[in-house]
Ligand binder design. Structure first.
Ligand code: SF4
Length: 698
């Protein structure tokens, strides 16, 4: 039986209540003086990128991290010399009055872990490679062979457990997607289930030795996999009466906007579910830049935020009393651990079909920008220029469904002039008419492709107008409906009114200021609709935040959580001031959530003491040459120790093989070894061409 089916049949969920926020109950684990888990703040951490044996550089970078707000600093220890250097780093930091705990990052080498434990407050091991060589061997394991391997791991891991226990150190057992042991890969595949079982094998060895100062992580560069793995782990913990805190992270998230978005999708969605006690945002940038992003993602979920009343909205929304009644009816309970898109009926909106199996379409509200033009013809010219510029730059991230506010007859005239000037077929654009009154709607419904009822008191009139004109209607509810109902109950009431009128061409949406509210109310409505197998499509809108950088985080959390649960047929975010910025944001978040791919996907490691080339400049260089290859996934990894495993499902890999030398991969197979760095870019492009994935840039 699939694990999720088994868990569901036993009534075990990854979270006690899907409909309002509850932080997962965990024990408190101390990393030095920093308490992780329980009701403590969500701790922020990062990792140095300097060679560990360069003690001065590592100390200087650690100081910069601490000054930026980093509460736990991780440092790699690939060799015994590195592990010994941790002692000097610790001493130097203490001499500067810095007591921030250090974590040794260990892969493969138990001796390094034993040495590092003498110097630092916590040791991180990867159960996929600690005491296990990784040769990607395919083999059927009999139960006795499998047990014999676990026994061998136990013999090698137990000395570390006993040492950590004796010294009062803590331990992170960190599974990574793509670096599971051959034993687990053969039994479970490279799956969330395998990641969870990999960690549990090590947890059981710890518990056998009465050692409980454990934190767990389940990282992946794919937010969907990472979300599923942590949820499954939380459910398995509940099932086994374990309460260890979790460290959250999306590995190899990349850099710039894409790296921030991917991190916020994975980490933020889980924090919103109440999962996560310490986080690391992993960017291919200097590590101190990771901390402000981590602060932004965690802000709304910190205990201090709750104390300030920032997280009370769902509790006051009236959902609580009904949560237990709704939970079992939420048919997506299985897809919490495996992605599946919610089945919805298709709607025609101008030239686009939305819902069903159709691609997720974007809706943009450029109102402030549109208002800056004197007439509809000027708007059309500006729109066509915008589209042409984007196409010339090789981007297919174009405006699709535009919101147009229609409050007066002159607004209607402006829209009609715009449509006329756009001509037929020049631009595939649909218009969502936000009519202020039913009178305007009946006058101008012919000019739009989707009508929006902005006055809930006039809902019946809007329904009649849309029905007569055979136009679909967007039902969108905001935070305080005039009916006095909660947003979810108001939306359900509006759906019922449409059904009573025999009208079902509706797209559902909320306009709520916080992603946490959107997620809670969307889940509530979907749960109710699932009871009677209703499949109205859903529009995911996150537009509430005035600051672009906060909006980017909010949109990633709101989109990430819902789209990764398979909910959403259209998407909207942005501030309406700069169309290029809004279009980049909405498409980037959809790409980060893996629901609409419009460009090359880059996976790049954050670099660490093992890195063999400059990750930042190399990633930038490769991106410049290959950034037009839509749908191709390219990994740029600093070393062969972890790189090949952790790049997981990339199509091509550019991996540091030795100083000045690069290894190239197709999938997980190394196809060219030891290429001089100067030749590696061309050889990578040649490889992409040889596999039929190259197109010339436009
Ligand atoms: S892939 Fe190698 S270089 Fe990059 S972060 Fe991981 S261990 Fe460090």
């Amino acid at each position: 039986m699939a694990p999720e089916t088994l868990l569901a049949s036993q009534g075990v969920s990854y979270v006690p209540d899907l409909f309002h926020y509850n932080r997962r109950k965990t024990r408190v684990v101390y990393v030095g003086d920093v308490a992780v888990g329980g009701d403590n703040p969500i701790r922020l951490q990062s990792m140095t990128t300097t060679p560990t044996t360069d003690v001065d550089a590592t100390v200087a970078q650690s100081v910069r991290l601490v000054n930026a707000g980093c509460e736990i600093v991780r440092i790699t220890a690939p060799t015994l010399n590195d592990a010994r250097a941790l002692g000097q780093i610790k001493k130097a930091l203490l001499a500067k009055g810095i007591k921030t705990p250090l974590v040794a990052d260990i892969h493969f080498n138990p001796e390094c872990a034993m040495e590092a434990a003498n110097h630092v407050e916590k040791v991180r091991v990867n159960p996929g490679n600690y005491a296990d060589s990784k040769i990607f061997k395919t083999k059927e394991y009999s139960d006795s062979e499998y047990q014999a391997e676990i026994q061998r791991v136990e013999e090698r891991f137990t000395p570390l457990v006993l040492k950590l226990k004796a010294l009062g150190r803590s331990l992170r057992i960190g599974s990574n997607h793509g670096s599971l042991s051959d034993r687990l890969m053969n039994r479970y595949g490279d799956s969330p289930e395998g990641m969870v079982e990999s960690a549990l094998e090590f947890v059981r060895i710890c518990e056998k030795n009465n050692y409980y100062d454990i934190i767990l992580s389940m990282k992946s560069s794919n937010p969907k996999v990472m979300i599923a793995a942590y949820r499954l782990l939380a459910a398995r913990m509940a099932q086994e009466n374990m309460d260890y805190p979790f460290h959250l992270g999306v590995t190899e998230a990349g850099y710039g906007e894409d790296g921030r978005i991917k991190s916020a999708i994975g980490i933020g969605s889980l924090l919103n579910d109440g999962i996560g006690d310490t986080i690391r945002v992993s960017l291919t940038e200097d590590p101190e830049f990771e901390i402000p992003v981590a602060q932004q993602i965690a802000a709304a979920y910190q205990p201090s935020a709750e104390a300030r009343g920032l997280r009370t909205e769902e509790k006051n929304s009236g959902l609580g009393a009904r949560a237990s009644e709704l939970g079992p009816s939420f048919s997506h309970v299985e897809s919490f651990y495996h992605y599946a898109r919610r089945p919805t009926r298709a709607l025609q909106i101008g030239p686009f079909k939305i819902g069903g199996d159709n691609v997720v379409r974007v809706i943009n509200d450029f109102s402030p920008w549109v208002d800056s033009f004197p007439d509809g013809k000027s708007v059309a010219i500006a729109l066509l220029e915008l589209i042409q510029e984007r196409l010339t730059a090789g981007k297919e991230t174009l405006p699709e469904i535009l919101v147009w506010t229609l409050a007066t007859s002159s607004d209607v005239q402006k829209l009609m002039d715009c449509r006329k000037a756009l001509g037929d077929g020049t631009a595939s654009i649909a218009f969502l008419g936000r009519f202020k009154t039913p009178a305007l709607a009946s006058q101008a419904i012919g000019a739009i492709d989707l009508a929006y009822c902005s006055d809930e008191r006039a809902l019946d009139d809007f329904i009649k107008i849309a029905q007569t004109a055979r136009k679909p209607l967007l039902l969108e509810v905001s935070q305080t409906p005039e009916s006095g109902l909660t947003p979810a109950h108001e939306l359900l009431r509006q759906i019922q009114r449409c059904e009573q009128a025999g009208y079902t061409e509706v797209l559902l949406s909320f306009n709520l200021p916080k992603p946490s509210e959107l997620i809670a109310h969307a889940r509530h409505v979907i749960a109710e609709l699932n009871k009677t197998s209703k499949t109205y499509p859903f529009h995911v809108r996150v537009t509430g935040n005035p600051s672009f950088s906060d909006l980017r985080i909010d949109a990633s959390i709101g989109f990430g959580s819902l789209f990764c649960d398979g909910i959403g047929d259209t998407a909207q975010t942005g501030r309406g001031v700069d169309p290029n910025q809004d279009l980049a944001l909405v498409y980037n978040v959809l790409q980060g959530a893996g629901v609409r791919i419009t460009k090359t996907e880059f996976v790049s490691c954050p670099s660490c003491g093992r890195t063999l080339f400059d990750l930042q400049t190399t990633t930038e260089r490769i991106k410049t040459q290959t950034g037009h290859l839509k749908g191709v996934k390219i990994a740029i990894m600093g070393c062969i120790v972890n790189g090949p495993g952790e790049m997981a499902d990339a199509d091509f890999g550019y991996v540091g093989g030795a100083p000045g030398r690069i290894n190239l991969y197709v999938g997980k197979e190394c196809v060219e070894k030891g290429i001089p760095t100067e030749e590696a870019d061309n050889r990578l492009i040649h490889l992409i061409k040889a596999h039929g994935k190259w197109v010339d840039p436009k």
